[in-house]
Design a protein around this ligand. Structure first.
Ligand SMILES: [Zn+2]
Ligand SMILES: [Zn+2]
Length: 218
C-alpha cells in the first residue's frame, strides 16, 4: 500500500493553507491508500480523526510532528508526555524504545542546506557530516523527499544515505492544496492504524515513491 506520512491541515497547523478534505482529495487523486495527519506539536482527538476518516471514506492515520532540540521529528504511535511539555530528542529516543513508537526525521538537511541556509551564505556540509549526526541513526527512518525540500536537499540526503544507509521514506509535508501524495511511501504490509504503521517503519519495510501527477481522473 502507498501512504503519505506527513501532512498539515488548517487550522490545526497555523502554517498550513489546506483543509483535511482537500488533502484527502489530492491523496485519493494520486491513488494513495492512506494519509497520515501530522500537525505541529498537537494531535487530533482519536475519535475526531476516526470520524473524519469514516465520513471521507479514506484511511487517515494519526501522527505528530514534534519540535525538539534537534529540529522537527515525526512520531507514529503512543507518546507518554503531554505534548505541550515538549520533548528533548534524546528523551524521545529513549522513550520510544519501550513503546514501539516510530520516529522519522523530516527535511533532514533543511537547517544546513535548505533554501534559506544557502541564501544566507552557508556552505553545505559533506554527506559524511550529515550522516554522522546522532539523529540520522537514532530515528527509524529518514525522509528522503518531500514537496517542502529542494532538489539539492534531496541530493544531499541521498548522498548521506549512501554513506550511512537508513530506511528512507517519501512524504508530501503538504501545507497547501494539491500537494498531498506528491511524494509518499510504499509499505509491504497493509496497515490501518498508527501502531501497525510504526511496526512497518521500525522494521524498515518502507520505500519512498514520487507521484508527481494525479494517476486517477477526478
Ligand atoms: Zn517540519
Ligand atoms: Zn511538516
Amino acid at each position: 500500500m502507498i501512504v503519505d506520512l506527513h501532512a498539515h491541515t488548517t487550522p490545526r497547523s497555523n502554517c498550513s493553507r489546506t483543509t483535511l478534505e482537500e488533502l484527502v482529495a489530492s491523496a485519493r487523486a494520486r491513488g494513495l491508500d492512506a494519509l497520515c495527519i501530522t500537525e505541529h506539536d498537537v494531535t487530533w482527538p482519536d475519535d475526531e480523526l476516526a470520524e473524519a476518516s469514516r465520513a471521507l471514506g479514506f484511511t487517515l492515520i494519526p501522527g505528530v510532528e514534534l519540535t525538539t532540540d534537534v529540529g522537527h521529528v515525526l512520531a507514529f504511535g503512543p507518546l507518554r508526555k503531554p505534548l505541550w511539555l515538549g520533548y528533548r530528542f534524546e528523551e524521545l529516543v529513549e522513550e520510544v524504545e519501550g513503546t514501539g513508537t516510530a520516529l522519522v526525521l523530516p527535511h533532514p538537511v533543511r537547517r544546513v542546506a535548505g533554501e534559506r541556509a544557502l541564501r544566507g551564505g552557508r556552505t553545505p556540509p559533506a554527506p559524511e557530516v550529515v550522516a554522522a549526526s546522532f539523529a540520522w541513526s537514532a530515528v527509524h527512518a529518514v525522509e528522503a523527499v518531500s514537496t517542502q525540500t529542494t532538489p539539492f536537499e534531496h541530493e544531499l540526503t541521498a548522498a548521506g544515505l549512501a554513506v550511512v544507509p537508513r530506511p528512507s521514506v517519501g512524504a508530501s509535508d503538504a501545507h497547501g492544496p494539491g500537494l498531498a501524495g506528491a511524494y509518499a511511501t510504499r509499505l509491504v504490509r497493509r496497515v490501518s492504524g498508527a501502531v501497525e504503521l510504526a511496526e512497518e517503519i521500525r522494521a524498515g519495510h518502507v520505500v519512498p515513491v514520487a507521484l508527481e501527477s494525479p494517476t486517477a481522473a477526478t
